[in-house]
Design a protein around this ligand. Structure first.
Ligand code: HEC
Length: 156
């Protein structure tokens, strides 16, 4: 009798353990399901006006190394075409923004304001033929994190 009681007790513990595990699993799956429904660079995430501002900022702060047409030169990589888009494919705009904000311009990193970098990022997207839209690209890495950089337009 006593044994059986023990068994019942043990069984309810393991049930609770299972419920707890299932709960933790459901928590861990929330971010990934959000990730799947998130925006990408194909959804019109910057405005044409912002890219225009970014063009001037780019010419003033980046073109000396990356070239007038973003083509790169010497040790400095291009920021255009498949050289660039294939390197960032599968990453997020948050990561690209972070890279710009923390290590560019290479001769004086971190000197540009977040708004300047967001405008330059909009210009890079425009020059790489990602469509403009009606929303301005935000200027902090956290808000940019859910926007995925996808090289090829996803099939609808
Ligand atoms: C003094 C030269 C110099 C200037 C000015 C400069 N860069 Fe760079 N940039 C580099 C070099 C060199 C690299 C490669 C090394 C690295 O990734 O840190 C690079 C890499 C990058 C990358 C990563 C490219 C890739 O595909 O991996 C990005 C993005 C970038 N720069 C953006 C910018 C932006 C935006 C500006 C202007 C705000 C800027 N850079 C100004 C020299 C420069």
């Amino acid at each position: 009798m006593r044994r059986q009681h023990c068994f019942v007790y043990y069984d309810s513990m393991s049930t609770r353990f299972c419920v707890l595990l299932a709960f933790l699993f459901s928590l861990s799956s929330i971010p990934s399901s959000r990730g799947q429904s998130s925006a990408s660079v194909w959804d019109g995430v910057y405005t044409a006006g912002q890219a225009g501002v970014g063009k001037a900022e780019y010419q003033a702060n980046c073109a000396s190394c990356h070239g007038d047409k973003l083509q790169g030169r010497g040790q400095t990589p291009p920021l255009i075409d498949s050289d660039f888009t294939s390197r960032w494919d599968g990453m997020t705009l948050g990561e690209l923004f972070d890279k710009m904000q923390s290590s560019m311009p290479a001769d004086r990193p971190g000197q540009l304001k977040p708004e300047q970098n967001a405008a330059i990022l909009a210009y890079l997207l425009e020059q790489n033929h990602f469509p403009a839209g009606s929303q301005t690209l935000p200027s902090d890495a956290d808000t940019l994190k859910p926007i995925r950089f996808i090289e090829k337009r996803p099939a609808k």
